[in-house]
Write a protein that binds this ligand. Structure first.
Ligand code: CO
Length: 158
């Protein structure tokens, strides 16, 4: 496994709509392993494949003390409520900002074994799922800000 280079905004790959994974083959599994290694070497809780330069619909999420989540072709099928959250991104290092996210999401995806995953999530997991699915659509959290003066300097990131 190897640690991959995380693409930093304004790298154009971050703005590409990622493509559906049609076959969970050896190269996809190797990419996932390398994404896990890359996320472990960072301060983040989630990583989308286009953040390492691969425009495929794959995200991984590692909430501290919880099981690693691998979501292939994730779709948010329902959202409930709203809450203000502080958000950062590994592709926008050194900054964070407060934005509004849905409180609860229902997500549908495939796992790395190809099995269907349906999960209802709240709190940090719900936030991370929304952040990472946004990445797959070329959306960054800063897109929700009215102006860039709302960014605050920090060290943490997703
Ligand atoms: Co991010």
């Amino acid at each position: 496994m190897s640690v991959l280079k995380i693409r930093i905004n304004p790298d154009p790959v971050l703005r590409k709509k990622a493509l559906k994974v049609t076959n969970i083959d050896e190269s996809v599994c190797r990419l996932i392993d390398n994404m896990v290694e890359t996320l472990r070497a960072s301060s983040g809780v989630g990583l989308a494949a286009n953040q390492v330069g691969v425009p495929l619909r794959i995200v991984i999420i590692q909430i501290p003390d919880e099981e690693l989540m691998v979501l292939i072709n994730p779709e948010i099928i329902e959202t409930t409520g709203e809450r203000m959250v502080v958000e950062g991104c590994l592709s926008i290092p050194g900054y964070q900002a407060e934005i509004c996210r849905a409180e609860i999401v229902k997500v549908k995806a495939k796992g790395r074994d190809g099995k269907l995953i349906r999960r209802k999530a709240s709190d940090l997991l719900a936030q991370a799922i929304q952040h990472e699915v946004d990445h797959l659509n070329g959306v960054l959290y800063i897109d929700y800000l009215d102006d860039m003066s709302q960014l605050v300097k920090t060290a943490a990131g997703f």
